[in-house]
Design a protein around this ligand. Structure first.
Ligand code: F0G
Length: 377
């Protein structure tokens, strides 16, 4: 399996072998179903977003009797190519506040949680023999995808929104990706990437179903790590752009609950910048998501219309989670405070969870895990 060998050689990150599982793809819009040989993340009948539905019955009684976390790390989409490699990032306890833990996704090879999903998408591209992938991005996702594309000798074409910062574009360029700068936001870039994928037989990657599956592992790891510390996970705080990470977190929690590995679901708290908060507005006004024009300095989460927003919001409400926005001023303060306190640089979008925690700390019971998503500014 050359993929594994190459990834191991290139980065000194901790790797795990993940087992995989049978699944089908179901369209969120028209309910069409596809089997594992289907070569796209978009419904061919209506261009709707597909979701991965596992054959959970394949998990054996023995796995469940053991109530082991092995039954969870198995749950990644089956790949003809082989096993995926996953980083096991650090869970850091806050220096002063003993109720707060930080999940450092900044430790991944391209310094963001995006690697979790990119490895699944690139493994699928290899399975299906694609020679080129295409994606839209505010920066991190394209950097991550272009990195794994380069080491697997797949061409990458990325549509970059005008919110992306120059330093991220340089990182993408260093991985030989073809960069198309869009005179528009992430939503516009997404439309262009979809069009290109259809007319050029390129694999459409980005905030779609296989990425979501890889990103679930962040939450599974959080529970595994907290359990080893004999601590409960009572609250999880995370930033929202396209709501893929949020949806992945929700799916992972449902699975833990389904397999009786947790008794209660944690409270999930979704955070956006007040300067780009379509998700929070929909939550507060109890309506579906409406597009807003992004204008935040948190470039990574400058997403005007979250792809997975409506379904993620539905789950959040059903499960007593909530959403809040923080001002750009709070974001900058939290980012600089974090750097001083931990001697760790994180990007502005990721500081949203710290700003939110500072705001709501008094309302939270038990232990809170904040997902620190990236450090590429
Ligand atoms: N944090 C960082 C550092 C990100 O780069 C992103 C998204 C998010 C949080 C939000 O995650 O979209 O799953 O809700 N970045 C995308 C990109 C949009 O293109 O890199 P989400």
């Amino acid at each position: 399996m050359p993929l594994i060998v190459r990834w191991k050689r290139i980065e000194g990150v901790m790797v795990l072998r993940a087992e995989t599982m049978r699944y089908k793809l179901v369209c969120s819009s028209c309910n069409s179903e596809y089997d594992m040989s289907y070569k796209s993340q978009i419904c061919s009948r209506c261009n709707g977003i597909l979701r991965v539905e596992y054959y959970y019955n394949d998990i054996t009684d023995k796995d469940l009797q053991l109530r082991s976390y092995r039954s969870l790390t198995r749950v990644l989409p089956k790949s003809n190519y082989g096993y995926y490699i996953l980083g096991d990032t650090k869970l850091l306890r806050d220096i002063k506040d003993k109720a707060l833990y930080l999940k450092l996704e900044t430790e991944n090879p391209t310094r963001s949680f995006k690697d979790r999903g990119s490895i699944v998408e690139i493994s699928k591209a290899i399975d299906y023999n694609y020679k080129e992938i295409v994606c839209a991005s505010t920066g991190n996702m394209a950097y991550s995808l272009s990195y794994y594309s380069r080491i697997n000798k797949i061409k990458a074409r990325v549509y970059i929104s005008k919110d992306a910062v120059e330093s991220k574009i340089d990182l993408i360029r260093s991985n030989n990706a073809e960069i198309v700068n869009i005179d528009g936001d992430f939503t516009k870039a997404q439309e262009e990437a979809l069009k290109y994928s259809i007319s050029n037989n390129a694999f459409l990657t980005g905030d779609y179903c296989y990425r979501m599956e890889g990103q679930r592992v962040v939450t599974l790891e959080i529970f595994k790590q907290m359990r080893a510390l004999k601590k409960s996970v009572d609250n999880i705080i995370l930033p929202v752009g396209n709501a893929t990470l949020l949806s992945a977190t929700e799916k992972a929690i449902d699975e833990l609950y389904r397999f009786k590995l947790i008794r209660d679901k944690p409270t999930v708290i979704a955070v956006q910048s007040a300067q780009c908060d379509p998700f929070v507005k929909a939550y507060e006004k109890d309506r579906s998501i409406e597009y807003v024009k992004p204008s935040t300095i948190a470039d990574a989460i400058a997403v005007g219309y979250p792809t997975f927003g409506d379904s993620a919001l539905e789950w959040l409400k059903e499960n007593n989670g909530y959403a809040l926005s923080v001002s750009d001023k709070e974001l900058v303060e939290a980012r600089d405070y974090f750097a001083g306190k931990y001697n760790l640089i994180i990007e502005t979008a990721s500081a949203s969870v710290i700003a939110a925690y500072n705001r709501i700390r008094d309302r939270l019971d038990g232990y809170t895990v904040a997902i620190i998503t990236g450090a590429n500014e």
